[in-house]
Design a protein around this ligand. Sequence first.
Ligand code: ATP
Length: 231
Amino acid sequence: GPAAPVLSARGLSAGYGEGGPVVRGLDLDLRPGEVVTLLGPNGAGKTTTLLALSGALSPSGGTVSWNGRVTTAPLHQRARAGLAFVPEDRSVIMDLTVRENLRLGRADTGVALETFPELAGHLDRRAGLLSGGQQQMVALARALARRPAALLADELSLGLAPQLVERLLGAVRAAADGGLAVLLVEQHVRSALAVADRVIVLRHGQVAWSGPAAGVRADPDLLLGAYLPLA
Ligand code: ATP
């Protein structure tokens, strides 16, 4: 049978106080070796879901489990336990060099360069001088170089050229093929579908559709037309 989930949510609700929960009653299982892509229109609650799963935001209801045990640990503690979170703002420190950024994330430089050899010539450059794509490589390399068990990635490819989008998502797929469990929020729906095993579509904070990516790849317009009019 399938491997046991490394990260799970049951009835997960989360929000920002006034106005009630943004994510409502979400069930989700993330297994080693799979890429799940979380799609949905703007404001559907995708980022909020990642924040709640990462421990950056306390759920208002339901549970998050890590390796089968309910956890309420904060983000840094989950990170130590093997959960990597790449937020939308990349969290690369522009004044530090690439090498310093990797070290700050306790990432092994050699492992990071295995993932993105194109960073080798930039190790001693300030991150702020790199292109957006290179900065995103630093953020992803830093996350992957700690050999996490699960990765939550928010809009990795935001604002990047198609070639770079493929490069980054290809690296994510390769890591999953090595056993990593991945939850990917992406605006580039077709690129995300190309590397995903499963798809979850969020709408108004709830699961509107979920299923294997293969079927959606065959006829993406069916899903896009029904649930993602803005994609
Ligand atoms: P997008 O693609 O626009 O990022 P999303 O699916 O990731 O959309 P979220 O960012 O999770 O959606 O936002 C869902 C809802 O929560 C939106 O209505 C948004 O305005 C609200 N929201 C997000 N962050 C905050 C915050 N820090 N404080 C208050 N409300 C917030």
